[in-house]
Design a protein around this ligand. Structure first.
Ligand code: ATP
Length: 201
C-alpha cells in the first residue's frame, strides 16, 4: 500500500506545480481539480444534478458546466456554494478512492484544495502537506494563471482557511515564496523523506 499524502494550499499557492514536480520524481498523483473538471464536462456525472438544482442557465450549449456563471454565483452566495459542493465533493471522493486503489509508487499525492475545509479525506490520507505562500503572491499568481479579476481571486481566498490555521494543521510545509528552483529543492527533500517513511514500515 502506498503512503498517501494530501496536498493542499490556498488558491494560487502552487499546488499544481508542486504536484507536477512530485509526479516527475515518480510519485502517483491524483488532482481533485482535474476530477471536478471531468465531472462537469458534457456527459460528466455531475451535469444532470447541476442542471436540476441550478437550472439550464448554468449549463453551456455543449452540455458542460458554465464555469463563469457558476463562479460568479457561488463566490457571492454561500448557500449556492454549499449546494454545488454537496453535489461535487462526494463524487470526487469516490473517484479519488478508486484511483488511489491503483497507486503503485511508494507514495501518492492527492491534491485537494479544500482538504482542511471539508475534512472529507481524513480516512484516506496519512499526512498533510501544505504549500504556503503569502497572500499577495497567491492572488497575483492566481490572477495570472486563471484570468480572474482581483476581486474574484480575493473572494475565493476568503472562503478558504486562514494561512496560520492551515499551517497549524500541516505535517509538512513547502514555502513557495521564492522561485521555481527553490520550490523544486523542497520537493526533492520531501521526496526523500517520504521514501524514507515508506521504507520504515
Ligand atoms: P489554483 O488554486 O489556482 O489551482 P495552484 O495552487 O494549483 O493554483 P499553481 O497553478 O501551481 O497553483 O500556480 C499558480 C501560478 O503561479 C502558475 O502559473 C505557476 O506557474 C505560478 N507559480 C507557482 N509557483 C511559482 C513560483 N515560485 N514562482 C513563480 N511563479 C510561480
Amino acid at each position: 500500500m502506498s503512503l498517501k499524502i494530501g496536498l493542499t494550499g490556498g488558491i494560487g499557492s502552487g499546488k499544481t506545480t508542486v504536484a507536477k514536480f512530485f509526479a516527475a520524481l515518480g510519485a502517483d498523483v491524483v488532482d481533485t481539480d482535474v476530477i471536478a473538471h471531468e465531472l462537469t464536462q458534457p456527459q460528466g456525472a455531475a451535469i444532470s444534478t447541476i442542471r436540476e438544482i441550478f437550472t439550464e442557465k448554468f449549463i453551456t450549449a455543449e452540455g458542460a458546466l458554465n464555469r463563469k456563471e457558476m463562479r460568479a454565483l457561488v463566490f457571492s452566495d454561500e448557500s449556492s456554494r454549499r449546494k454545488l459542493e454537496a453535489i461535487l465533493h462526494p463524487l470526487i471522493r469516490i473517484e479519488v478512492a478508486r484511483r488511489a486503489a491503483f497507486f503503485t509508487a511508494p507514495y501518492g499525492i492527492i491534491v485537494v484544495p479544500l482538504l482542511l475545509e471539508t475534512g472529507g479525506y481524513r480516512g484516506m490520507i496519512e499526512r498533510i502537506l501544505v504549500v504556503d505562500c503569502n497572500e499577495q503572491d497567491q492572488i497575483t499568481r492566481a490572477m495570472a494563471r486563471t484570468g480572474l479579476d482581483e476581486q474574484t481571486a480575493r473572494a475565493i481566498a476568503a472562503t478558504q482557511l486562514p494561512r496560520q490555521e492551515r499551517l497549524r494543521r500541516a505535517d509538512d510545509v513547502i514555502a513557495n515564496d521564492v522561485d521555481m528552483s527553490h520550490l523544486r529543492q523542497q520537493v526533492d527533500a520531501l521526496h526523500k523523506k517520504y521514501l524514507a517513511l515508506t521504507n520504515k514500515d
